[in-house]
Structures are given as C-alpha cells and as structure tokens.
Design a protein around this ligand. Structure first.
Ligand code: ADE
Length: 245
C-alpha cells in the first residue's frame, strides 16, 4: 500500500511513523508512507496556502490550488486511482469497518487542514472520502490522520506478527473483546478465572464468547443485534440480562 499525507506540519508525523508497528510495517515494505508539505505546491510567490473567506467572517480558508496540484501530481505517479481522504469533523465517523475497507486499497492520500476550513471545491472535485475520528474538534487533521493510518496499517497482511491477532480485536468480531489475563495465576490474592487454567480449550472458547457478549452488553449494547446472534448467544444474552435485572 502507498500512503501520502498532505500537511503543513510534516514534523508532527515523525514520532508516530518511526516507532512500533508503523515503523515495522514500513521496514517490512507492507506500506510506503510519505509525508508532504503542500505549501511546496503553492504557486503563490509567498507560498501562501490560505486566504480570507468570500463573504467575510472569522478565520482563513485553505485555497484550492496547492491541494489540487499536489493531488494531481500524486495521481500522475499512481498506478491506480487513489482514495483521497479529507480529515474533518464533518466527515463520516471512523470505525473498524471503514478501516477494513481502506485496508483493501492500494493507494490512500490524506489531506490535513490546520486551524482553517477548506475551499469547498476541494471537497467537490478532489476528495473521495471525508473522515472524522469523533464528535469533537481538533486544531488540525494531523492527529486524526495518524489515527486513521494506524488503524488501517495494522490490518495490512504481515504487519501484526500473529495473523489472527487482529481478527479477534474488539469490533472486528462485531463485539468487544473478552478479558485477557497473564501470569501469575494469583496476584495480591486476585485470581485468574479457573476455566482459563483448566487446559480445556472448548470450555475456554465458550467462556471467551460469553464474556465478550457480557462486556458488549455492559459497555456497548448498541452493537448487539439480537437477530444476528446464534441460539447459544441468545441463551447467554438472556442469562446476562437476568443477572443485571
Ligand atoms: N479535524 C479537526 N477535528 C477533526 C476530527 N474530529 N476528525 C477529523 N479531522 C478533524
């Protein structure tokens, strides 16, 4: 996968892209990420990238030209037709399904604005997707783009050592992940559930499925669609609901 990030603050990305999984993913060549200052594409002699809004009002607006030209240039070098993603609070809310959808693509271009709004023609004629990471306003799209890139890159084949490890993530299964424990079996008198040290794999799988359902019911009941549950899950759901009544 190729990822280009257009920003006025490329240095913001150095820490995030040079550590942990994002670093490993690039070393393994699962992804090629480049961060580009779109000011470099400004045709203005002062390298300006924003201007006052037509009709007046507070704040500045990012002009169309540098972003149109930067995206044109990246598209010319692209083998396919990249998704062009605008980071903004008005966008579609990021979730695991969206991350999985983007992980199927060959080329993603992210556009990050800072402080100001975008000239609407960028949305209309350049952008294919608008993504928000939540209902709050950040000072810029950079942190949001880092979140999206991280959620996508970890899904690429061979990035996580253990291929199955993201298949059981919270949300990937539709439910929140079950609780996990590691050694020791008793710590300060607090014990690990007996079933997990029983060695009975069938019972452990059952416990995990039920606890995953319990956690989802407690924390995110909106994720549970009763018609989609197996008979066993429906039975557990009714048991769990009775426990809380
Ligand atoms: N830019 C500013 N706030 C944002 C948000 N919540 N999501 C994505 N981009 C943003």
């Amino acid at each position: 996968m190729k990822i280009n990030i257009l920003t006025l603050f490329p240095e913001m990305f150095t820490g995030v892209l040079q550590h942990s999984m994002m670093k490993i993913a690039q070393e393994k060549e699962a992804v090629d990420i480049s961060v580009i200052n779109f000011r470099d594409y400004s045709s203005n002699k002062h390298k300006n990238v924003d201007d006052y809004p037509y009709g007046g009002g507070a704040g500045m607006v990012l002009t169309a030209q540098p972003i149109f030209d930067a995206v044109d240039h990246l598209k010319e070098q692209s083998k396919g037709s990249p998704r062009v993603i605008l980071m903004c609070p008005q966008g579609e809310r990021l979730n695991q399904k969206k991350a999985e959808e983007l992980a199927e693509e060959d080329h993603l271009i992210f556009i990050c604005g800072h402080y100001e709004g975008y000239d609407e023609r960028i949305r209309e004629y350049v952008v294919t997707d608008e993504i928000s990471i939540g209902d709050y306003v950040l000072t810029g799209g950079e942190l949001a783009a880092m979140v999206v890139v991280d959620s996508v890159v970890r899904l690429l084949p061979d990035v996580l050592g253990n291929e199955v490890s993201h298949k059981k993530d919270s949300f990937s299964t539709g439910y929140l992940e079950h609780p996990q424990y590691t050694r020791p079996a008793e710590f300060r008198g607090y014990k690990v559930p007996d079933v997990l040290i029983s060695g009975n794999h069938k019972k452990i799988e059952e416990w995990r499925s039920k606890e995953s359902l319990r956690r989802t019911l407690q924390r995110r009941p909106d994720l549970i669609i009763e018609e989609q549950l197996s008979d066993q899950q429906k039975k557990w759901l009714h048991e769990l609901q009775k426990e809380t009544d």
